[in-house]
Design a protein around this ligand. Structure first.
Ligand code: SF4
Length: 709
């Protein structure tokens, strides 16, 4: 069997869950059994793994849910039937061609995932933008990091994470905001914990409306009201300026915009800011003090900032603190967005989003479009941004889009305001789902199902949160007739008549084309290929052969930013929030997030018994005072009601959450055929106007004890 062929073989790979990108060693024990341990030589994780990573091999060994063969539904409402690859791809190509001819290229689109490998992202992006002629490709990374992308661009001139994980051990002040890394990026957090243990003077500030596991380890927990982050950062900025704890030389020589910033942060007193944020004024002053005394100031954030209707502004207001203190481009200093998904960064690098082009080129820039057109040799690239994640499903609902191809993601659980997504999929004329698992709720709407190879069953690369590109080898053959995603797209491109441009013999050839496309850009990896990646295991971009051996650890050490005049931009950010209004009918704020042992929509982690033992069902965290006033007791079933939909879950009464705020985990879809525990029944469809990232962290809700009918 395929497994016996690899018996006693070990390979080094990278965990396919979060953006930390921990190294793993997988050993094939034969008879379909695998063993897995942390890779002690991996520079990001140094042998450590969290509960999810430790159990990753079980998801590969258990093939009970795997999609093995292409399937087709000949009519809506009919069951899926097994067909050949040729059949499935020919029908798909025929339908795509018909729609494109009749309604134009923007009638079709791809919705992909931060779990796709870089090569997969590259070929899908090339196919839709360079050959079909539409920019309708977006990704679930839109739900994750797009606010950080815009924030970096507007301040540093480029979507560029300036720091590396080794800065953790060089920092002495951690500002963790809108993130719970102890649960969601555990190995990063273990490095912070170990550093603090060895150096008790290290300070940890956590900003979060919830008392999370991370907050419980903080020197200072600023338990702010949801949506008041900018007020807090601006207040800290004001104190730093007032007390002259800023770096005037850095501001003068390497930034623009300070005067306007100063003006706006002085519009609100620290006392007033404290009242708005719902924290003590002295605590805000302590935060400024900790930052002032630090030699290394590292801010870490994820969805609490990004998933907001003012997500870009939150990112910028935070980065402003680094720019006014000059705490960037130096060891142990800088803003550090922690990516949620394993290859959200790789997807950005190949430009696999509705408004981007390869190597962070800008779709709206005619020169950039021209460069890519010449490079690909295909059709003219449209100058119109494609539909973003939420827009795509709205476009399906109202008929602007006819067909969608969903790769490696489960939007029926993960997108906000799920009834709109259901409407989109119901109205879609044609839905293709390309995935590894039958557990995806989205399969219910598929006209064509394409079985994909999973982790260890294909080779490729991913980029983690610190710009580290890692090679992932193939170890096992995929079950049944499942194929690597790159091969599926190449075969489809051939059926569409673009075969000569997708005639790759290996993933390595795709990678070579991708690396060539980075020539002349800030993420230059033209000198990189599989041979080097296999030898070195991983490198950080930009990577030039005559540069440091393992690429670039840290950006902006020369204070030269990626803006036209090389100066970083400090922005004056107003602190207004534009989330859904609360009122007497919907007086509570619902915020959502992850739990420790589950990953996204649980199609993988949900099949591991050990992981389900931690928390096995959805729940609502509510403050005792809010529970009392509603006569809700611990463990009681409650109805969570919004202007859009409802959910029914058990109440967990806790002082870990602020009064007036509730929390639900985002992972759960249909349980036993019911969608009662699906959090995204409740979330709203507001998005940040620039990043188009949804406002998952702020929905107006009411909670009532459930009355049995
Ligand atoms: Fe995997 Fe993230 Fe856990 Fe590391 S921290 S083992 S990458 S889930």
């Amino acid at each position: 069997s395929q497994n016996k062929r690899h018996s006693n073989n070990s390979v080094k790979s990278t965990c396919s869950y979060c953006g930390v990108g921990c190294g793993v060693v997988v050993t094939d024990l034969g008879d379909g059994k695998l063993a897995l341990e942390g890779d002690k030589d991996h520079p990001s994780s140094k042998g450590m793994l969290c509960s999810k990573g430790m159990n990753l091999h079980y998801t590969v060994m258990d093939k009970s849910d795997r999609l093995m063969y292409p399937e087709m539904r000949f009519n809506r409402g009919m069951p899926l039937q097994r067909v050949s690859w040729d059949n499935a791809l020919e029908r798909t190509a025929a339908i795509f061609k018909t729609f494109i001819e009749k309604y134009g290229p923007d009638s079709v689109g791809f919705y992909v995932s931060g779990q796709c490998l870089t090569e997969e992202y590259y070929v899908i992006n090339k196919l839709i933008k360079g050959f079909i002629g539409s920019n309708n490709i977006d990704t679930n990374s839109r739900l994750c990091m797009s606010s950080a992308v815009v924030g970096y661009k507007l301040t540093l001139g480029e979507d560029s994470v300036p720091v590396c994980y080794d800065d953790i051990e060089l920092a002495d002040c951690f500002f963790v905001t809108g993130a719970n890394p102890a649960w969601c990026h555990p190995i990063i957090w273990r490095r912070v914990e170990a550093h603090k243990q060895a150096n008790p003077d290290v300070k940890i500030i956590v900003v979060d409306p919830r008392k999370t596991q991370t907050a419980s380890q903080a020197d200072l927990h600023l338990q702010i009201n949801p949506g008041t982050d900018i007020t807090l950062y601006n207040a800290i900025g004001r104190i730093l300026i007032e007390r002259e704890w800023i770096d005037n030389e850095f501001i003068e020589n390497h930034t623009n915009g300070f005067e306007a910033y100063k003006e706006i942060v002085f519009q609100r007193s620290v006392r007033e800011a404290a009242r708005i944020c719902g924290v003590r004024e002295t605590d805000i002053r302590w935060a400024a003090e900790y930052i002032r005394w630090s030699k290394g100031f590292l801010s870490m954030w994820t969805m609490g900032l990004n998933q907001s209707v003012v997500g870009v502004n939150k990112n910028i207001a935070l980065i402003d603190l680094h720019l006014i203190t000059g705490k960037i481009g130096k060891e142990g200093n800088g803003p550090f967005s922690l990516t949620g998904q394993p290859n959200a960064m790789g997807g950005r690098e190949v430009g696999g989003l509705a408004n981007m082009l390869p190597a962070h080129r800008d779709l709206l820039n005619p020169e950039h479009r021209n460069e890519v057109e010449v490079f690909w040799g295909g059709t003219k690239i449209s100058d119109k941004s494609g539909f973003t994640a939420t827009e795509m499903f709205d476009a399906l609902a109202d008929g602007r889009m006819k067909a969608i191809w969903i790769v490696c993601t489960n939007p029926l659980v993960s997108l906000p305001d799920i009834k709109r997504v259901e409407k989109g999929l119901e109205n879609a004329r044609f839905v293709v789902v390309q995935d590894i698992s039958r557990r995806s709720d989205t399969l219910a709407y598929a006209d064509v199902v394409l079985p994909a190879a999973g982790w260890l069953e294909k080779e490729g690369t991913m980029t983690n949160s610190e710009r580290r590109i890692t090679y992932l080898p193939k170890m096992l053959d995929a079950p049944g007739e499942a194929l690597p995603d790159t091969e599926i797209i190449n075969r489809f491109a051939e059926k569409m008549g673009f075969g000569e441009f997708f005639n790759y013999n290996s993933s390595s050839e795709v990678y070579d084309e991708h690396s060539k496309s980075t020539k002349g850009t800030n993420i230059d990896i033209t000198a990189l290929n599989y041979e080097i990646l296999k030898e070195k295991r991983s490198v950080q971009w930009p990577f030039k052969r005559n540069n440091a051996d393992f690429g670039t650890k840290r950006l902006f050490e020369d204070n030269q930013f990626f803006t036209a005049d090389k100066r970083a931009k400090i922005h004056a950010i107003p602190d207004s929030n534009h989330s859904e209004e609360l009122d007497a009918d919907f007086p509570l704020i619902l915020t959502t997030g992850r739990i420790r042992d589950q990953w996204h929509t649980m199609t993988k982690t949900g099949k591991v018994n050990k992981l389900n033992q931690h928390i096995d069902q959805p729940y609502l965290e509510i403050h005792p005072k809010d529970a009392d006033s509603r006569k809700i007791s611990e463990g009681q079933v409650v109805d969570v009601i919004t202007r859009r939909g409802e959910a029914r879950v058990k109440a967990k009464i806790t002082t870990d959450i602020k009064q007036g705020v509730c929390f639900m985990p985002m992972h759960f879809g249909k349980i036993l055929g019911s969608d009662f525990g699906r959090t995204n029944n409740l979330t709203n469809s507001l998005v940040d106007p620039r990043s188009k990232e949804p406002d998952f962290k702020f929905s107006a809700v009411e909670v009532k004890a459930h009355e049995k009918p």
